[in-house]
Design a protein around this ligand. Sequence first.
Ligand SMILES: Nc1ncnc2c1ncn2[C@@H]1O[C@H](COP(=O)(O)OP(=O)(O)OP(=O)(O)O)[C@@H](O)[C@H]1O
Ligand SMILES: [Mg+2]
Length: 323
Amino acid sequence: MSGLVLGIETSCDETAAALVDEGGHVRSSVVASQADLHARYGGVVPEIASRRHLELVSPVVETALEEAGATLEDVSRVAVTQGPGLVGALLVGLSAAKALAWARGLPLVPVDHLRGHVATLYLEPDPLEPPFTCLLASGGHTMVVAVRDRAGFEVLGSTVDDAAGEAFDKGARLLGLAYPGGAELDRLAREGDPEAFSFPVAKVPGLDFSFSGLKTALLYAVRELGEDGLEAHRADLAAAYQRAIVRALVGRLRAAAEQTRDRTVAVVGGVAANSELRAALSDARFAPLALCTDNAAMIASAGRYARPLVSPGYLALDAYASA
Ligand SMILES: Nc1ncnc2c1ncn2[C@@H]1O[C@H](COP(=O)(O)OP(=O)(O)OP(=O)(O)O)[C@@H](O)[C@H]1O
Ligand SMILES: [Mg+2]
């Protein structure tokens, strides 16, 4: 075995490492989630995340090598998330990647996290060939993009306030669900009646999104119901709230595809795991469920299409916080 790309991802609260071969087969993908650590704070605490990444990054890389039945000898390049994300968290992964690459004289490929999400679609067993129009909906970003080649994308529209995943998490919190609430809200919504409440889909010009008004509408609905009312209508609220988010996402993706005239549409990012979204876009290509939220297989995949930096020119490379 040789020619493996080692991917490392530490942009938020998942410490992840993966090995992907040049053909796009995932040999291993290890994700150590810190969600439990941050749950009691109701969100990710950057300093706690950085410290935990520091403890986890080496064992996670070792486990990824073990699970792939590989050693560092088999690695031909190291791909790592450079941004966007929490800078302290990113620096842990970036430093580990630099150290590994430099020690072995390997090229390093800095990867943009959002390109990573899209590169999930280029993995075996069913790699997608551009052109296509893609919805990227995650905890920190929501955008529609036109993908013309595997090296990148062009942004057609993005959220002017909250990300869709953030809207799910904040809505879940208002409904008393544990952090991170997106998946939990998805489950609860299945027991509810989406028509029981009417939440507006924000009217934003062009192909942009807005979710902050929706969150406020839910807040008022929860207040109006009071504690007993909330208990009785929790599932209905979840269903109606989710329906409004899904409608906004589907509407924008369809409008974007009309503009690009692409016949293929795709969805990536944590929110791509949402069951109602998957059902509403039965003709779309979705990232595999296991690779919707942060992972390193997507980073290794993107690392196959980004420009590698030769050793030791990358030692001064910095992380970046925003796109
Ligand atoms: N089934 C689901 N339904 C809705 N949202 C979900 C579901 N599963 C996960 N999510 C949401 O996905 C988000 C996490 O996705 P992801 O890991 O891609 O985001 P991130 O890495 O934190 O943000 P970014 O990629 O923008 O930096 C969370 O907001 C979570 O609630
Ligand atoms: Mg992400």
